[in-house]
Design a binder for this molecule. Structure first.
Ligand SMILES: *[C@@H]1O[C@H](CO)[C@@H](O)[C@H](O)[C@H]1NC(C)=O
Ligand SMILES: *[C@@H]1O[C@H](CO)[C@@H](O)[C@H](O)[C@H]1NC(C)=O
Length: 520
């Protein structure tokens, strides 16, 4: 009898203890990612969802209208801060000008998002952790400071030079050039020069222009508290840098510090059945299969110049395959019968469809990752930002082709399409890459969440941080040591040459002098 009561009591205590543990484990997380492209959400949301699934509550601050996908996720929408939506026509503006347009507005847009009343209201709440976008959102670090909690960066692309330095994972401009440069590995001497200069400019811009002015503005507007350390220092204290790159597939492979967490392809998932009418239309394509054509979300169909549109329509209409074309208008003039326009599609359900033969894309990072995951060869026609770089890489890795808009002609486009659908080497390569991408010890979502919880458990886990973040650059790269070595070597060699010259001259004189004496 007593035994039974004791067991019941013990069990009750255990259950209560478990509940207490769960309660303390469930954290309140502020995920501040209001600025960026719509597709960046592909990277943030799966992480928020995994955290929510593990009983954490996530307050997701976004710039895009979104409904909550889990009861533990509360969506806070900040309207009108999408600088990427205001990008100029990407077909007629060059890449650097388009990016430059963003740089101009970076500060204003961060302040605007931070001062929005829905965001300001969050000041009255408690959070245990702040997660924020690595770029463009630095003024949100004020939350981490006010709350005295650790913060984690999320980055929907690979880490660029200036940010790799902030992560204490020294960048290697000799191996890895910024995607803005559209260079491929291995870099030539000129390539390394450009890559070094780009990294340096990036660091200088951040450290001397952007961060100081953002810090000033934020304090002047009373959005950042007076006792907050300088943003330029505070930003180095990120506990983790969760980045969108598959570590085992990076080329060249690079060394990283443990604060750098690779969660590349976190949004990739197996295909689900398509809506019935779309499924039937695809089935109707029969043996030749179908092609999917999408220029992503950043590029507006209406920006596509008529001369390109004409070629695309002619070529796609000439194919045996059916073509599913993501296009943001209802219809177009002289639409060929084998082409179907869709405003939106569940892209991964299309890419995972067994009848898909080819993906024609702008070459955005998310699209190339999804194509890899689902093992689909791609033809990339890059438009802006990192797309040239992504596609050049794909072509080099041997599972797709790149075609530039300038080279877009009927024969060229048709040639690439036909070649890609029938090239067995390309298919083998893309299938192999798909297997590589899926072969990871944990899913990217589990991996990233593991580390987020690690930071929560270990009060910010500052022991993971590399000292490279804090020591001056000349110490990190031993520049002072090298300088001393070079100067000493130069001094010693000059001294030696001078001495040798004097000795030689003395010897010659002595020699000639003694000959003269012999003659006499
Ligand atoms: C989340 O909470 C529920 C209900 O309290 C519990 O049953 C479940 O095990 C928890 N999940 C995790 C991952 O802690
Ligand atoms: C950064 O973190 C370190 C270690 O946790 C701490 O000593 C330092 O004060 C922090 N710096 C700032 C500017 O918050």
């Amino acid at each position: 009898m007593f035994g039974k009561i004791a067991t019941v009591v013990a069990m009750t205590v255990m259950v209560m203890a478990l509940m207490v543990v769960q309660e303390t484990n469930a954290a309140r997380i502020l995920m501040a990612v209001p600025i960026g492209t719509r597709s960046h959400g592909n990277f943030y949301m799966p992480l928020a969802e995994e955290l929510a699934r593990r009983n954490h509550t996530v307050t997701y601050v976004t710039g895009y209208e979104k409904s909550s996908s889990h009861p533990n996720i509360r969506v806070v929408v900040v309207p009108d801060v999408n600088i990427f939506d205001k990008m100029p026509n990407l077909f007629t503006t060059d890449r650097f000008t388009a990016i430059g347009a963003i740089y101009n507005d970076m500060k204003e847009v961060c302040i605007k998002a931070l001062s929005h009343e829905a965001v300001q209201r969050l000041n009255d709440e408690k959070f245990d952790l702040v997660i924020l976008y690595l770029a463009l959102t630095e003024c949100f670090l004020s939350f981490a400071h006010k709350l005295k909690v650790p913060f984690i960066y999320v980055n929907p692309n690979k880490l660029l030079g200036a940010y790799a330095a902030a992560a204490g994972s020294p960048p290697f401009p000799s191996l890895d050039a910024s995607y803005m440069l559209d260079l491929e590995y291995p870099l030539t001497f000129t390539g390394r020069m450009m890559s070094t200069a780009q990294d340096l400019l990036d660091v200088l811009f951040h450290n001397w222009v952007f961060i100081p002015s953002l810090d000033d503005e934020c304090r002047a507007r009373k959005l950042c508290p007076e006792d907050m350390p300088y943003l330029g220092e505070l930003r180095y204290n990120g506990s983790l840098f969760i980045t969108n790159s598959v570590r085992t597939m990076e080329k060249p492979t690079l060394p990283y510090t443990p604060t750098l967490v690779h969660a590349g392809g976190i949004h990739c998932r197996p295909a689900k059945p398509l809506p019935e009418d779309l499924q039937q239309w695809i089935a109707g394509a029969g043996e030749p299969g179908f092609i999917f054509f999408s220029l992503g979300t950043l590029i507006k169909s209406s920006d596509l110049p008529d001369k390109y549109l004409k070629v695309l329509v002619e070529v796609l209409g000439s194919l045996q395959q059916r073509v599913l074309w993501k296009w943001d208008k209802e219809t177009m003039e002289s639409l060929p019968p084998n082409v179907r326009l869709v405003k939106w599609v569940p892209q991964q359900d299309i890419l995972g469809h067994p009848q898909l033969r080819l993906f024609i894309t702008h070459g955005g990072l998310f699209s190339t990752q999804e194509a890899t995951y689902h093992g689909v060869p791609i033809l990339g026609i890059p438009v802006a930002i990192d797309q040239h770089y992504n596609m050049r890489k794909v072509q080099k890795e041997g599972w797709g082709h790149v075609l530039y808009w300038e080279d877009l002609t009927y024969d060229n486009l048709r040639g690439h399409i036909l070649q890609l659908m029938d090239d067995k080497r390309i298919l083998d390569e893309v299938h192999q890459r798909s297997r590589l991408m899926r072969d990871q010890p944990m899913s990217p979502a589990d991996w990233a969440t593991y580390w987020v919880e690690y930071v929560l458990k270990h009060q910010g886990a500052s022991h993971l941080r590399s000292p490279a973040v804090y020591i001056p650059w000349y110490q990190l790269y031993n520049a002072d040591v090298w300088a001393l070595l070079v100067v000493t070597t130069m001094l010693t060699t000059s001294l030696m040459s001078w001495l040798s010259f004097r000795i030689l001259r003395a010897l010659i004189r002595w020699c000639c002098a003694s000959r003269k004496t012999k003659k006499e």
